[in-house]
Design a protein around this ligand. Structure first.
Ligand SMILES: Cc1cc2nc3c(=O)[nH]c(=O)nc-3n(C[C@H](O)[C@H](O)[C@H](O)COP(=O)(O)OP(=O)(O)OC[C@H]3O[C@@H](n4cnc5c(N)ncnc54)[C@H](O)[C@@H]3O)c2cc1C
Length: 490
């Protein structure tokens, strides 16, 4: 494996001895149920690699799906490790500056864990309600820094071992089971052994490393959904902005007043941005998608749902992804400078934060036991093993493919557990935006609350499988007594 970091003998013993040291640092840390025996190692790529954890459940990726999976697995009695390459949980919601959590647009979609996160936001003085009158059924506003704090607290109280700054690089597979996840840590390559694995990387990284077939992009164009490099701007005078957009331009895109306000490129506002292109302050690509949303708990701050990268920058191509970063940053700077110069209310504005994770809407999706399809969306399919329901539209950021046909009021479809598991690997659950769904269906299930519900189910199902000695890809979700969502037939 070429990704190995050179590691000195001394460092190796330090890392391998982490369990022994645990008694020392254990004074300050909650006792771990998953810590590996002192000095345990495995052989990998002709070297001894220290084993950090021997867990019941190992979750890879700490985004909306992964955090939910780990918290729910641990609460249900499984010793659980959560591997995250960043240093905050929340995935695109925190590291990617993606805001707010869009609503699934149907009653009954808010599973208990989502509700709990909303309550926690309130406890932290973050009024999550977007004033649509729908409470947790509407968009859920949050503050990214508070959200990652909440996830830390929930993980700590559930007893999850979070391994930050740890990138999953490979999986060891024995027959139809993953035995070990290989992670790159600050101290070098390390191993996490586990009975069950949950892939919540968003990119199906673990599943692909274990040989699960995966698809990417649109079958029609071969392209992935566009990526965006999101950011936040602070120092904005919302009164001036509101007066200009709503009173002067008579734009009715947003029905709320500040502090719950947003603007976008609409028929009424398009000329502002187009004039920027004419004057050479902006490029045409910069203004393809413009949207800015005020944030709760961050006064004078908007979340920018832009810039949207041109389609040649692909979320599944290492070099394209990397080039998207510098190209996107240049777009971001042009947009920020343009707004500061031209948009009322932005005179004293500045870039407050740029995403630490590229905004990939879609990359790889596994081929699971059941492939959720565009037909399931339109036919409002119900499944006995459903783990979530949603009516969120098929939201494809591509003019050639955009479907956006909404379901009738009250209509919804369900996401089956079988889309989270595969025939290939018996101890793997995949949760979040990389489940088994076709390109169009993924464009609907990908919103954060639906990913949270999938993670919640994955956590509960894995603990249930352990207790009942069943392979996770054989779990019949409709038999799980404490399931977070039960199907509602048509
Ligand atoms: C530009 C954009 C705008 C969006 N707008 C909205 C919106 O307004 N509202 C909404 O609800 N949804 C929105 N979404 C969708 C939503 O944010 C994502 O689909 C959702 O966050 C997916 O959750 P996830 O847990 O599956 O994956 P992610 O959020 O992608 O999280 C995956 C996590 O896994 C970690 N990870 C990945 N690989 C590894 C590895 N090898 N080792 C260790 N860790 C790893 C990542 O660091 C990350 O923390 C938007 C998405 C984008 C890109």
């Amino acid at each position: 494996m070429s990704m190995l970091l050179p590691i000195s003998r001394r460092e190796f013993f330090k890392l391998a001895g982490a369990a022994a040291v645990g008694t020392l640092i254990g004074d300050r840390l909650k006792p771990s149920k998953a810590r590996a025996a002192s000095g345990a190692t495995i052989r990998y790529a002709d070297r001894d690699v220290p084993v950090l954890f021997d867990a019941d459940v190992c979750v890879c990726g700490g985004g909306p799906a992964g955090a939910a999976a780990a918290i729910n697995a641990a609460r249900n009695g499984a010793s659980t490790v959560l591997i995250e390459k960043g240093i905050a949980l929340g995935g695109l919601a925190t590291l990617g500056c993606v805001y707010p959590m869009m609503p699934a647009k149907v009653n009954g979609s808010v599973t208990p864990y989502i509700f709990e996160v909303c309550e926690k936001l309130l406890e932290h003085a973050i009024d999550f309600d977007d004033r649509s009158g729908k409470g947790a059924e509407g968009a859920i506003c949050f503050n990214p820094e508070v959200l990652s704090e909440i996830y830390d607290e929930l993980c700590a109280s559930a007893g999850v071992d979070v391994l930050y700054n740890a990138t999953l690089v490979d999986a060891i597979v024995d027959g139809d089971r993953i035995t070990t996840a290989l992670v790159q840590t600050i101290a070098g390559l390390a191993a996490v052994r586990s009975k069950i694995f949950i892939d919540a990387t968003g990119d199906a990284y673990l599943a692909r490393a274990a040989g699960v077939p995966a698809r990417r992009g649109s079958a029609k164009t071969g392209r992935n959904q566009h990526m965006s490099f999101r950011f936040e701007m602070g120092g904005i005078d919302f009164n001036k902005l509101y007066r200009y957009i709503v009173i002067k331009l008579k734009d009715d895109f947003c029905k709320n007043r500040p502090p719950y306000f947003e603007f976008a490129k609409t028929k009424k506002t398009a000329a502002i941005f187009e004039s920027g292109v004419t004057r050479g302050e902006l490029e045409q690509d910069d203004i393809v998608y413009i949207q800015a949303i005020t944030m709760v708990g961050k006064s004078g701050t908007v979340s920018m749902n832009m810039p949207q990268l041109p389609s040649e920058y692909s979320a599944t191509d290492a070099i394209g992804y990397s080039r998207a970063v510098s190209h996107g940053r240049a777009m971001m700077r042009r947009l920020a400078n343009f707004l500061i110069k031209n948009m009322p209310g932005f005179k004293r504005a500045y870039i407050a934060r740029e995403a630490a994770l590229m905004g990939a809407r879609e990359s790889w999706r596994i081929e699971g036991k059941y492939m959720l399809t565009e037909e399931d969306y339109y036919e409002q399919s119900r499944f006995p093993d459903a783990v979530a329901r949603t009516a969120y539209p098929i939201d494809i950021h591509d003019v050639e493919l955009d479907l956006r046909r909404k379901l009738p009021e009250g209509g919804f479809y369900e996401v089956p557990y079988r889309s989270l598991v595969t025939d290939r690997i018996s101890n793997l659950i995949v949760a979040g935006r990389c489940i088994s769904a076709d390109f169009a269906a993924q464009a609907s299930v990908r919103i954060q609350p639906t990913c949270m519900s999938m993670g919640e189910a994955a956590g509960i199902a894995s603990a249930y499988a352990l207790k009942n000695n069943i392979a996770v890809n054989e779990v019949q979700w409709d038999r799980v007594p404490n399931r977070s969502y039960a199907s509602e037939p048509k």
